[in-house]
Design a protein around this ligand. Sequence first.
Ligand code: NAP
Length: 260
Amino acid sequence: MDLHLQQKVFIVTGGAKGIGAAISKTLAEEGASVVIAGRDKNDNQKMVDEIVLAKGKATSHTIELADPEACKELIQFTVDKFGRLDGLINNAGVNDGVSIEEGSPEAFMQSIVKNLSHIYNLTHYALPHLKTSKGVVINIGSKVAETGQGRTSGYAASKGGMNALTREWAAAFLPYGIRVNTVIPAEVWTPLYATWIKTFENPDAKLKEITSKIPFEQRFTTSEEIANMVVFLASDRSSHTTGQIIYVDGGYTHLDRSLT
Ligand code: NAP
């Protein structure tokens, strides 16, 4: 299936590592131009080099997404460089473990800034360009918004807010032909996951326990499996799909627990 992405330009936040890296590479494999937007210049450059070596089109922009002015600059950088913007992939986020018991009001607000505010800021500044291209917004959420995790209020609230904004913006953008969708991973092995699992007393045992409860094939979802869904949603092959929250999780969030 040709996804018709050859002339299109996408920003992928956190596009140098984990799920974001897979999204950047898959978009580039389909012929799109990719702007990798992350905070580490070397990580960004490594991903650009990898894509260019494989004959793809990519550039990078170093950004701390918590800074609203930097979000504005990222959109301007992209449009100055490519003359268009066809899609914003809001992937970057961090499960920062700000709990209700041990956290603080300040830490909670910081978590919202790290996980949710940049989604609004980037979409706000991207909107005029997405109107022109009839583009897409795709968010990467988390199952935590639906299931809770027990010790991560800021992250849960952010990802829940993201789900709400998916519906809100899908409705708001109907007149412009802009589609908005969210893809939800549950368990994907990435640098973020490797850091998170170490917060448990016995990470190996915890990992085994989680893996055994993933209904489909008792294995983690790969970053590429998330990326394939994102890239499909970014293409006009999904031209009547909007306002959807799609779980790519091997059935982890919704299937009957007695199965595992
Ligand atoms: P990851 O391995 O940490 O990669 C995320 C990338 O985004 C990193 O390069 C990170 O930079 C960058 N980034 C994060 N916050 C940033 C900021 N404020 N400014 C600039 N760059 C920033 O994460 P991942 O596991 O691939 O997760 C990607 C998305 O999937 C996240 O939204 C996460 O919540 C969601 N998710 C993941 C899983 C999973 O199982 N992995 C499950 C559910 C949801 P640094 O390396 O410098 O931090």
